[in-house]
Ligand binder design. Structure first.
Ligand SMILES: NC(=O)C1=CN([C@@H]2O[C@H](COP(=O)(O)OP(=O)(O)OC[C@H]3O[C@@H](n4cnc5c(N)ncnc54)[C@H](OP(=O)(O)O)[C@@H]3O)[C@@H](O)[C@H]2O)C=CC1
Ligand SMILES: C[C@H]1O[C@H](OP(=O)(O)OP(=O)(O)OC[C@H]2O[C@@H](n3cnc4c(=O)[nH]c(N)nc43)[C@H](O)[C@@H]2O)[C@@H](O)[C@@H](O)C1=O
Length: 250
């Protein structure tokens, strides 16, 4: 299916617009002169609340939705709060995808993650590796939610011809990242730790794990370019990898 061109004045709801990804997507959309961005903080609209989300969509009827709101964290957070990671992510994505369809959103882009792929997927990871083997146990709860998001987009496309697409980024970095000492992803965690070590004249920095895992890092502005490109140009069943997604190898 060829997507219809997007009017620059179309209403685009960027869910999670203050986060690492959402803020980069907003910068990109503004640079392309999209004028009608619909933005809500977590405090203004709790996306885990089905009634609030549905009322929001009924009232604003966004033409396009980029779903960059999620419960996100690094390996420690995923391993420590599995119930939060599976429940909150399932709630957010189910509410937003269902309400977008119900209130005639023209197109929705769902953001997943490279951790949806099996722990020992071939490298670089092809989309066809999805559901071919066991997940990395530390983040399988989050991964299961993200896989459900892809499948929900596909199911709504099959049953209702709803134009819902999914993009799976590799590990990201950039402005508005989370630099929490325990709960962040590896790159912001290491940036913080090395910065603090330098400022405090500390000789040694402890890095978690064996040092063997491989990751590919993508600047979030490059992801935002891809997200807007996909919104403007891609409408199909298959989910798309952004970055080659070097996973596994824990
Ligand atoms: N960071 C990474 O390395 C990667 C991220 N991704 C994916 O990209 C997407 C965005 O991640 P990222 O930008 O890093 O995450 P952040 O934690 O930086 O931002 C998440 C955003 O979600 C919002 N949010 C969280 N919970 C709720 C809620 N219940 N209701 C409303 N808003 C909520 C937050 O709002 P507020 O600011 O108001 O609190 C925040 O703006 C996620 O789907 C993630 O899985 C995929 C691969 C790698
Ligand atoms: C994109 C993807 O990002 C996450 O997956 P991850 O890449 O496995 O997680 P991570 O960034 O936390 O770690 C990468 C590797 O790095 C090692 N490591 C060393 N030292 C630190 C450290 O200080 N902090 C962290 N977090 N990791 C460290 C760490 O032990 C691990 O082997 C998922 O949570 C999931 O949310 C997701 O979608």
């Amino acid at each position: 299916m060829d997507p219809a061109p997007i009017d620059k004045s179309a209403t685009i709801f960027v869910a999670g617009h203050r986060g690492l990804v959402g803020s980069a997507v907003v910068r990109k959309l503004k640079s392309l002169c999209y004028t009608n961005l619909l933005l809500r903080t977590h405090a203004e609209l709790d996306l885990t609340s089905q009634s609030s989300v549905d009322a929001f969509f009924a009232s604003h009827k966004p033409h396009y939705v980029i779903l960059a709101a999620a419960k996100v964290g690094g390996i420690h957070a995923n391993n420590t709060y599995p119930a939060d990671f599976i429940t909150i992510n399932l709630q957010i994505q189910t509410n937003v995808i269902s309400s977008a369809f119900k209130h005639n959103t023209r197109k929705l882009l769902f953001l997943g993650s490279s951790c949806i792929y099996p722990k020992f997927a071939p490298q670089p990871i092809p989309e066809s590796a999805l559901l071919t083997g066991p997940l990395e146990p530390t983040n399988e709860w989050y991964a299961i939610a993200k896989i459900s998001g892809i499948k929900m987009c596909q199911a709504f496309r099959i049953q209702h011809s709803f134009d819902a697409i999914s993009a799976m980024p590799t590990n990201l970095y950039g402005p508005n990242d989370n630099f929490h000492p325990e709960n962040s992803h590896v790159l912001p965690a290491l940036l913080r730790r090395f910065h603090e070590a330098k400022v405090n004249n500390v000789e040694k920095v402890i890095v978690w794990g064996s040092g063997m895992p491989l990751r590919e890092f993508l600047h979030v502005d490059d992801l935002a370019d891809a997200v807007v490109f996909l919104l403007e140009n891609y409408s199909d069943m298959e989910h798309v990898n952004v970055g080659s997604g070097e996973g596994g190898n824990h």
